[in-house]
Design a protein around this ligand. Structure first.
Ligand SMILES: Nc1ncnc2c1ncn2[C@@H]1O[C@H](COP(=O)(O)OP(=O)(O)OP(=O)(O)O)[C@@H](O)[C@H]1O
Length: 458
């Protein structure tokens, strides 16, 4: 934003700064209203504004008000020699830098560029911090109404000892939820032990799960405890439980009924106190109907069932997670500021993510490594598939659903910034608030990090 009452100078700056989206103001009132509407990252401010064009009182008051509203905004004071003392005072009050009049446009461009860079860094940093605070459960990034509800369920059931089944496609975060359940429970100071039934050959699985005594089989040189026993007093996570062979299903069922285990080659019944959480991407009911999974075990394991929606059904999460992973890998790879191009974000939002969050994580890691400039382009993402079109239904419903999705997407993309989301949607801020009200989308401004707990009431 350029705050300047000299129309000639305004024009000159408009031409010289045509690489930026510039908005103008010529006095305090219009400056403040532009700040409300556009929330500019960088402002150049002439101190001599009407009605005190020869003094600095209006300029200094404008500076104060801008910084009260938007403390991160970088305000560059543009002033003549006679105003030097006031310009220094302005820097003392929080202005970012000062630039002398007459303007040296190359110098000013440089100062503006640095100001944008610093602003971007601060925003990234803030986002990183708020993302962590934002998580409803440790490590889980989401603003989707269904997922937020699920996180609340996890918190509620964490203190119980009920056995839990987590269903969902591959890469939807089943293990992450299991870990979150453990860290939210009173078992958190004890071990979380995980085993993937699909990754271990059948012949080894029994001894992995239950342990073995010395001499139980050739090569059993010493007594070894199994994973279930290892998790004593903690949480035991049985991943891909649908792949558990039938013989071991019987043994697991016995453990669930008696809460004791018998090591392979042993005779002793050893009591073990564990919370069992299991997960699968397979349809256990179907497997049970085909006789490949014991129905009694299925019911024992599913005292509480959580179903994780695939990423393509989580509204707004694709852009949110993309930003999260971009920030993570930029840090890990030691890259400078990097943002998504508009086209890259469009692609991220329309892609169907068959591999869910794991695929997204890998894709963004690749993009951070591949990106050549300061922007991640669709090419860097390396995604092939075309977006699927939603089914059409009743016209009013289609319009409603599309409107609601567009608003959630715009808010997610602009990280909850209402003014920017309104701009993106091409509506005024009050109109956006109306639409959000109509769809029950909340914006909790008192807690910016969670402004965005956007939920659909219906
Ligand atoms: N909501 C989320 N926020 C941040 N990271 C996530 C989220 N969900 C999943 N991840 C990350 O995505 C990756 C895959 O998650 P996870 O291993 O928990 O999925 P899964 O459903 O258990 O997969 P599989 O069925 O293949 O075992 C992990 O690196 C995890 O940290």
């Amino acid at each position: 934003m350029i705050v300047e009452d000299d129309i000639g100078l305004q024009k000159q700056l408009r031409w010289s700064l045509d690489q930026y989206d510039v908005v103008f103001a010529n006095d305090r009132e219009s400056a403040i209203s532009q700040v409300r509407r556009h929330e500019p990252a960088v402002v150049t401010l002439d101190l001599g504004l009407p009605p005190d064009a020869d003094g600095a009182s209006e300029g200094l008051a404008t500076l104060r008000q801008i910084l009260e509203m938007m403390p991160d905004t970088k305000v560059i004071i543009v002033s003549g020699n006679s105003e030097h003392a006031n310009a220094v005072k302005a820097v003392g009050s929080g202005a970012y830098d000062l630039h002398p009049k007459p303007i040296d446009i190359d110098m000013l461009r440089l100062v503006i560029e640095r100001a944008f860079h610093l602003h971007a860094l601060q925003q990234e940093n803030r986002k990183l911090m708020t993302m962590q605070a934002d998580s409803p459960l440790a490590g889980i990034i989401t603003r989707d109404a269904g997922m937020l509800k699920m996180c609340r369920t996890v918190e509620k059931v964490a203190s119980s000892s009920a056995t839990m089944m987590i269903l969902g496609e591959s890469g939807t975060g089943k293990e992450l939820i299991a870990r979150a359940l453990h860290t939210s429970s009173r078992r958190q100071s004890q071990k979380f032990v995980a085993i993937n039934c699909a990754a271990i050959p059948e012949t080894l699985l029994e001894s992995e799960l239950f342990g073995y005594e010395r001499g139980a089989f050739t090569g059993a040189a010493k007594q070894t405890i199994g994973k279930i026993e290892m998790a004593h007093k903690g949480t035991f996570f049985l991943d891909e439980v649908g792949d558990l062979p039938l013989s071991l299903q019987a043994k697991l069922l016995r453990f669930l009924q008696q809460r004791t285990i018998e090591r392979v080659g042993g005779r002793e019944e050893i009591p073990v106190d564990v919370r069992i959480v299991c997960a699968t991407h397979r349809n256990l009911k179907e497997l049970a109907a085909k006789g490949q999974f014991r129905e009694d075990l299925y019911y024992r394991l599913s005292e509480i069932v959580l179903t994780l929606p695939p990423l393509r059904e989580r509204v707004g999460d694709a852009a949110l997670l993309a930003h999260h992973f971009k920030n993570k890998f930029v840090r890990l790879e030691g890259r400078g500021t990097l943002s998504f191009s508009q086209e890259a974000l469009d692609l991220i939002e329309s892609y169907s993510w068959p591999g869910n969050i794991r695929e997204m994580e890998n894709c963004i890691k690749r993009a951070v490594i591949m990106a050549e400039g300061r922007q991640i382009t669709p090419m860097d993402l390396g995604l092939m598939e075309c977006p699927a079109e939603p089914e059409s239904i009743n016209l009013r419903q289609v319009r409603d659903v599309a409107e609601c999705k567009a608003v959630l997407r715009a808010l997610a993309r602009m990280d909850g910034n209402i003014a920017k989301a309104a701009d993106l949607l091409g509506v005024s801020r009050p109109t956006l608030y109306d639409i959000m009200n109509r769809h029950g989308i909340q914006a909790k401004t008192e807690k910016p990090a969670q402004e965005l707990e956007m939920g659909l009431r219906a």
